[in-house]
Design a binder for this molecule. Structure first.
Ligand code: PEP
Ligand code: MN
Length: 336
């Protein structure tokens, strides 16, 4: 529900109303329009009667919000959210590329890749330390040592780091070491974890679940926001379909749909969508053309020896050439 205030609304009365609603368990969001001031109320608003608000002398109108998501929706927050991590911005006209290996394997590996992607223009370094693997016998990451190697790579290159959290036991470690906390496709509906990561009040990269709808992705982001997080990057990484020629099917329409529905930045992961290195370039460019605010790409210095996702990793040389094409497409689409 959105409460539209009269222009001469008494600030004291407005403050009291907000406090009262907060005490009743609603999440309050100030919405500043060009000429009007509004208050967004998120929570179970079915228990509220619009007439009760309309009888207040400072309330002009009540707008019912039909969408189940409130805080992540454009109605509550018309302007694009811009996420700024140590001066590297994403969203609201700022395009950013996150690049790096699927998993951190050694100091030499992560430093070599970090230096290469930094030189080619990546804004953030990705690298998994805790890996969700289908097989319990597969390499599942270096754990805390992996986070430490990521920290060293950040120190050497200046690239802020993105890594996936698998479990709440590592919340403190991620709060202290990681710049953007990734929630992977498999945990998109781990609602307790979503809240806990929101409580960290750090930027979050939230990936779409393997078989989740766009609506479910937005509701997952709403959970992070209710937890207290406000800087969330939504990621389309391909979904399960009947098609087996590719690892997943990149749902390119998710980009404009998410951008229309939400103020949060939207990025595309062509690596996990296609599943093969030769698909990364066309899918990345399609994502940029569809209006994505960024990309997350798996890059490995020796894809043939990678301990995870080597078949979909591109080399630093391919990444370098791709970055040029990404810039060209971005400039064309955005008239720059
Ligand atoms: C990853 O980014 O390495 C990853 C596991 O991605 P997803 O959660 O999209 O499968
Ligand atoms: Mn991967």
């Amino acid at each position: 529900m959105i409460i539209v205030l009269k222009q001469d609304a008494n600030p004291e009365k407005v403050k009291k109303l907000k406090e009262k609603m907060e005490k009743r368990g609603f999440v309050i969001q100030d919405i500043k329009g060009e000429t009007t001031t509004m208050i967004g109320l998120a929570g179970d608003t079915t228990v509220l009667t619009p007439e009760a608000f309309l009888s207040l002398d400072f309330v002009k109108n009540i707008i019912k919000v039909q969408e189940p998501y409130k805080l992540v929706g454009r109605r509550f927050h018309p302007e694009d959210t811009i996420i700024d991590v140590q001066g590297r911005k994403i969203g609201g006209g700022n395009f950013a590329v996150i690049a790096g290996p699927c998993s951190v394997e050694s100091e030499e590996q992560i430093l070599s890749i970090a230096r290469d992607v930094s030189v080619s223009g990546a804004s953030f370094l990705r690298g998994g330390a805790f890996k969700p693997r289908t097989s319990p016998y597969a390499f599942d990451g270096l754990g805390m040592e992996g986070l430490e190697l990521m920290r060293i790579a950040r120190q050497k290159t200046g690239l802020p780091i993105v890594s996936e959290i698998l479990s709440s036991e590592h919340l403190d470690a991620f709060a202290n070491h990681v710049d953007i906390v990734q929630i992977g496709a498999r945990n998109m509906q781990n609602f307790r974890l979503l809240h806990q990561v929101g409580e960290l009040k750090k930027p979050v990269l939230l990936k779409r679940g393997l078989s989740s709808t766009i609506n479910e992705l937005l509701m997952a982001a709403e959970h992070v926001m209710v937890g207290g997080g406000s800087e969330i990057i939504l990621c389309e990484r391909g979904i399960r379909t009947f098609e087996t020629a590719t690892r997943n099917t990149l749902d390119i329409s998710a980009v404009p749909v998410l951008k229309r529905e939400s103020h949060l930045p939207v990025i595309v992961d062509p690596s996990h969508a296609g599943g093969y290195w030769y698909l990364v370039e066309p899918l990345a460019l399609a994502g940029v053309a569809a209006g994505a605010d960024g990309l997350i790409l798996e890059v490995h210095n020796m894809p043939q020896n990678a301990l995870c996702d080597g078949q979909q990793s591109i080399t630093p040389e391919v990444f370098h050439r791709l970055m040029k094409k990404i810039t060209e497409i971005y400039n064309t689409v955005h008239g720059k």
